[in-house]
Design a protein. Structure first.
Length: 421
């Protein structure tokens, strides 16, 4: 048997060579040469490829994909290791997004292939790789020398009613959000990004979620567009719409915000919520709609027919009582959001086994919200919901955290430049 070869040997050259691989957003041919048996076929320009480079990372304003893999990643070592991982991922993520393998092919079929290969022959499937940094990367022990650069937006979330946090799902120096319309493409990307980080990065926790079907229209309100959670209700109705000024103002860290190196980035607030689906399924339709504060099928405000009709919380029925219960999820969240920039929610369903009233299966929501300032936009809404949301009875939160989503990259740049300056 031949002597094992470290992936570092394989990938060192590959990482450097692959930087110019995607040119101006158009997929170009792979570096020339090589007729190894395991050649990576040159990716073709493909309508399912999402542009990787730009002021912002993809995977935030991108219409939600059918699947997401979210992983908390720990870094072994010091600043050099963290920078190396980010440098490698800056190149590898661009390649994967374009539908290529994670690195240049191995120079010889006598070496282990660089890529595990299970995404070969599949289109990019709107793959996006979004990289974010956790509070532990800036912690007081200052492993990475970053303590003084901690963004004020990277807040600790308060403990709230309904929290049942599982330490196995908390923390992470980095967070990878990988979305794709093909689950195998998403899982392949996470697996290979961790592999090429070569013993420096290890997965601390992960969640796999399902989103809207491929091809769903990205805009809510047209009936066919929205995504439904496991309660059967439409998700994302009241969101700001990507491409509109209100979205940009609410989501992206902008000039004048602190720190300047986060400009173009955003913050991810994450809550992994387990839902008590057994108790929920015992509720009548009317009670379910009262708890949420919207009609189940249409997503319209109660008493209305259009999903995008404005929420009139003051409206009263013939009995003089509010049409929408003031303790409903939507009423509490809406009131707590007044006068603030809105959150942009991009949540996915999570299922373990088949959820059933009596049994081992569990289901819930991987609540993902992006915002420019979590202390201003997220924490007050979280606290208001924990204090008085009817939905609270049916949920417990097992994971929680905030991550700083780094700005987007120009071709040839690395996320380590943003983080370390
Ligand atoms: C158990 C987990 C949750 C479920 C099942 C859930 C479900 C929903 C549903 C069905 C809607 C109405 C449609 C829409 O606009 O998307 C909604 C709205 C909303 N939710 Fe949640 N949600 C959950 C957790 C949260 C959390 C943790 C937050 C923030 C801390 C939050 C904040 C909001 C906001 C801001 C709205 C929009 C309210 C408005 O109309 O202005 N939700 N949610």
């Amino acid at each position: 048997m031949s002597r094992p070869v470290s992936r570092r040997q394989l990938l060192g050259a590959a990482g450097a060579a692959a930087g110019g691989f995607v040119v101006g957003g158009v997929v170009g041919p792979l570096a020339a040469g090589g007729t190894g048996a395991d050649d990576d076929p040159a990716p073709r320009a493909d309508a399912t490829a999402v542009a990787f480079h730009g002021a912002h990372q993809a995977g935030v304003a991108t219409a939600p994909q059918a699947h997401v893999v979210l992983a908390g990643v720990d870094i072994a070592g010091s600043a050099a290791e963290l920078a190396a991982v980010l440098d490698t991922w800056s190149v590898a993520a661009a390649r994967l997004t374009a539908g290529a393998q994670v690195g240049e092919r191995s120079p010889s079929s006598r070496l282990p292939p660089v890529d595990t290969g299970e995404a070969d022959d599949r289109p990019p499937s709107r793959l996006t790789v979004t990289v974010a940094v956790g509070a532990s990367a800036f912690d007081r022990s200052d492993r990475f020398g970053l303590a003084a650069r901690r963004p004020p937006g990277l807040v600790e979330l308060p403990a709230v009613a309904g929290d049942d946090l599982d330490p196995r799902f908390s923390g992470g120096d980095l967070c990878l959000q990988v979305g794709a319309d093909d689950l195998q493409v998403a899982l392949h990307a996470v697996r290979n990004l961790v592999r090429v980080a070569e013993g420096r990065a290890s997965v601390r926790w992960s969640h796999v979620g399902t989103g809207p079907p491929p091809g769903a229209a990205p805009v809510v309100g047209d009936g066919a567009s929205s995504h439904r959670n496991l309660l059967g209700f439409r998700e994302g109705t009241a969101n700001p719409r990507p491409g509109r000024p209100r979205f940009d103002d609410a989501v992206w860290v902008a000039e004048g915000d602190d720190p300047s190196w986060m400009v173009g980035g955003t913050y991810l607030a994450l809550r992994r919520v387990d839902l008590d689906l057994g108790a929920w399924e015992e509720l009548t339709l009317l009670d379910r709609e009262r708890v949420i504060g919207r009609h189940r099928r249409s997503g319209a405000p109660l008493g209305d027919v259009a999903e995008d009709a404005p929420l009139e919380l003051e409206a009263e029925g013939p009995d003089g009582r509010p049409v929408t219960d003031p303790r409903s999820h939507v009423a509490v969240a809406h009131r707590a959001s007044q006068g603030r920039r809105p959150l942009f929610r991009r949540s996915y369903n999570v299922v373990e086994g088949i959820p059933q009233a009596e049994g081992a299966g569990a289901g819930g929501l991987l609540f993902l919200a992006f915002c420019r300032d979590p202390a201003e936009q997220f924490t007050p809404v979280l606290e208001a919901l924990a204090a008085g949301d009817l939905l609270g009875t049916y949920q417990r939160t097992v994971a929680s955290g905030v991550f700083a989503v780094l700005p987007g990259l120009r071709p040839g740049d690395s996320w380590s430049q943003h983080l370390f300056g």
